[in-house]
Design a protein around this ligand. Structure first.
Ligand code: 4AD
Ligand code: MG
Length: 432
């Protein structure tokens, strides 16, 4: 007899198999018991008929098995046209593995904080499971895409002395007798990588001690950061849109069921696989906002209402190009004909999900970059190594960062970014 996973039940119809499961729910009458089972690969139903199993097993199923008890079931797989999964198991034996206390999560409305406190258990529910499957698929699609395009994955350090994205939200720590920070972005290291290997990318956790409590911000999130040598911004935008379309297509191909569990109609994602995505300048964006009566001045960063309005004017993700220097980091390349903007772009997701990519061409000139570091109030000595990249064979190069959780929030049509990561780090939340 074979031990299988629930997901493989369709291949074992009318065979007797064994499956390790947890109980999600049950109901019974005097003659029949229905057990709702899960094993992490799928959910399905087990049936016990009183006259087909021992008295002892039938009574155990009815009385002793509780929500989230773990046990082995043995029985025959049958088709079950009435159920969503399409198959069930007619159980003839049960071997209890782990009893379960009164399980705190039930079929009722639990508050947000309660579910966050019980995140380690909440992960067993169908929505978080579907989310983790989509997340896994997006990570694999990332490796596929950049692997196929000739990129090499370069892992940047997590402990660093550098602050590429500004000094306000740094996580400070001690590195023996030196000051150190948790990485905000691997970008500066990816730039060094691009000078060594031409096209590189990283995928790893980054940290921002942002004191803001919004639906879009995590303290710890995962970023994909490609960096490409001998490449200008226009070409980088093409890589960005191709990458996003590839991610959407991969999820559409392999995660339709998960998307439906999460409340996203898969068909609604199809337009986002069509390229190119529209491009407008920051200047144009400000004009559009002014016409729509937003109280906005040139030079100010967009907040969530502004981003949502702009995104709503398009039915695809939209690139906003050339932001003012005052609101972007020091490493960006200055515009060739204007001294007030950078050669950069953010990609805004449709439907009000905000910025999913930030990227730019990078400054290549040693002196200009050195001055930008000083103007940003950074300690030059910590960036000597970074300036070296402009001293020894500097080349045009561009890169970008996609926030994995922001992307997932959008494609799964989820209200809050915290639902896209297994154990979210939020303001004032370190456990579980
Ligand atoms: O725009 P950001 O700050 O850009 C960088 O860090 C660059 N160094 C990237 C690069 O060019 N290599 O962050 C990039 C993306 C944002 O577009 C957003 O998707 C996500 O990271 N992001 C966050 N996601 C969740 N929580 C936060 N607090 C985030 N901050 C940024
Ligand atoms: Mg940004």
């Amino acid at each position: 007899m074979e031990t299988i996973n629930i997901i493989d039940a369709p291949k074992h119809v009318n065979e007797r198999v064994r499956i390790g499961v947890w109980l999600t729910d049950k109901r019974s009458s005097g003659k029949i018991a229905f057990l709702q089972l899960r094993d992490g690969t799928a959910f399905f139903q087990g049936i016990l008929l009183k006259n087909k199993v021992s008295e002892e097993i039938f009574e155990m199923a009815r009385h002793d098995l509780r929500q989230e008890s773990s046990f082995w079931v043995t029985g025959e797989i049958h088709e079950d046209a009435r159920s969503k999964f399409g198959y069930e198991i007619q159980i003839d034996d049960i071997e209890l593995i782990g009893d379960s206390e009164d399980y705190p999560i039930g079929n009722k409305e639990h508050g947000v904080d309660f579910l966050l406190d019980h995140r380690h258990l909440w992960l067993r529910s169908s929505k978080p499971q579907a989310m983790m499957k989509v997340r896994d698929r997006v990570i694999r699609a990332t490796y596929e895409f950049f692997g196929q395009q000739g990129f090499t994955k370069i892992d940047p350090p997590i402990l660093t002395g550098n602050a590429p994205e500004g000094t306000t939200d740094l996580f400070h720590t001690e590195y023996f007798d030196q000051d150190a920070y948790l990485s905000q972005s691997g970008q500066l290291y990816e730039e060094a990588g691009a000078m060594a290997l031409n096209k590189v990318y990283s995928f790893g956790p980054v940290f921002r001690a942002e004191k803001s409590k919004t639906r879009r911000h995590l303290i710890e999130f995962w970023m994909i950061e490609p960096e490409m040598a001998f490449m200008h911004q226009e070409e980088s935008l093409e890589v960005q849109e191709q990458y996003v379309a590839y991610l959407v297509s991969s999820v559409l191909k392999d995660c339709r069921h998960e998307l439906e569990v999460l409340g996203r109609d898969p068909e609604s994602l199809v337009p986002f696989t069509k390229l190119p995505y529209p491009r407008i300048s920051y200047d144009e964006a400000v004009e559009m906002l002014k016409k729509a009566d937003f109280d906005i001045e040139w030079g100010v960063d967009f907040g969530s209402p502004e981003e949502t309005y702009l995104a709503d004017q398009f039915d695809q993700p939209v690139f906003i190009l050339n932001y003012p220097k005052s609101i972007k980091p020091f490493y960006m390349k200055g515009h060739p004909t204007r001294d007030d903007v950078y050669v950069c772009a953010d990609l805004l997701a449709p439907e009000g999900y905000g910025e999913i990519i930030g990227g730019s061409e990078r400054e290549t000139d040693y002196e200009v970059l050195r001055q930008a570091i000083l103007d940003a109030g950074l300690d030059e000595s910590a960036y000597e190594w970074y300036l070296d990249l402009r001293k020894y064979g500097t080349v045009p190069h561009s890169g970008f960062g996609l926030g994995l959780e922001r992307f997932l929030t959008w494609i799964t049509k989820t209200d809050h970014v915290r639902e896209t990561i297994p154990f979210p780090r939020l303001l004032n939340r370190l456990y579980p």
